[in-house]
Design a protein around this ligand. Sequence first.
Ligand code: MN
Length: 286
Amino acid sequence: MLKLKGMSHDLGGGFAVRRVLPKREKRMVGPFIFLDHMGPFTAVPEQNIDVRPHPHIGLSTVTYLFQGEIMHRDSVGSEQVILPGDVNWMISGSGISHSERTPERLRGTSRHLHGLQIWVALPDHSEDADPRFLHYNRKDIPVLEDDEKKIKVIAGEGFGLSSPVAITSPLLYFEYEAKRAHSFSLDTHSFEYGVYMIEGSGSVSGEELLAHEMHVIDLGEKNLISVSRDSKFIVIGGEPFKTPRHIWWNLVSSSKEKIEAAKQKWKEGSFPMIDGEEDYIPLPQS
Ligand code: MN
């Protein structure tokens, strides 16, 4: 039984997030290599999100909001506001840089923000793919709703639903809201999973699961997920990678050399940059 707790991590500007992945005891869940849970919080008017341009390789960043808005800009020319329920899926491939900011029209206002940023490692054969940015409107994300639950399949296939999000390896990512207490199981024949509680509580195979905790369900493990009324959680899962991933800052790769090469390119300014953005986050010293 493995339970991961979201640990507070300061993004700067007074924005603390809970970092759930990676952890020493669990580096990845399927292809999922990073999970930050931000909020819910209310930003005061002078508190804007300004994550300046920074590079990524070897992964897709997946942004999903419950509340608030974020403006995304990247080096392949995308400029896209993400709204609650939308899915931003940015495939970095061999290299992309992006910024994430409070949209101009919301600056100077009080705002709620609540969401998740997740990284999905690219499989060996597509680590060096061309960078691409995909945006899916919330209306295109399939929903199953009845009197006990509401499920949104953000990526992959489950509960008879199939998400249009273009995935790069077998995975499943869904949001689950329980209207009343009930239980269900996940098929672990080829997937491992992480069940991350956003609000409320539940249990996995008899082990209590509180808000901001992730319970890891191993490949082949029998499981019973019990959720209490009005709880909300997400599940990420997929086929475990056969080759390990290195992770340094915003860079992920099966090859340490590729991470070193990307560091060098960012340092010397030869990485793809965003038109119209002057500032950037310098390469960390260590
Ligand atoms: Mn990023």
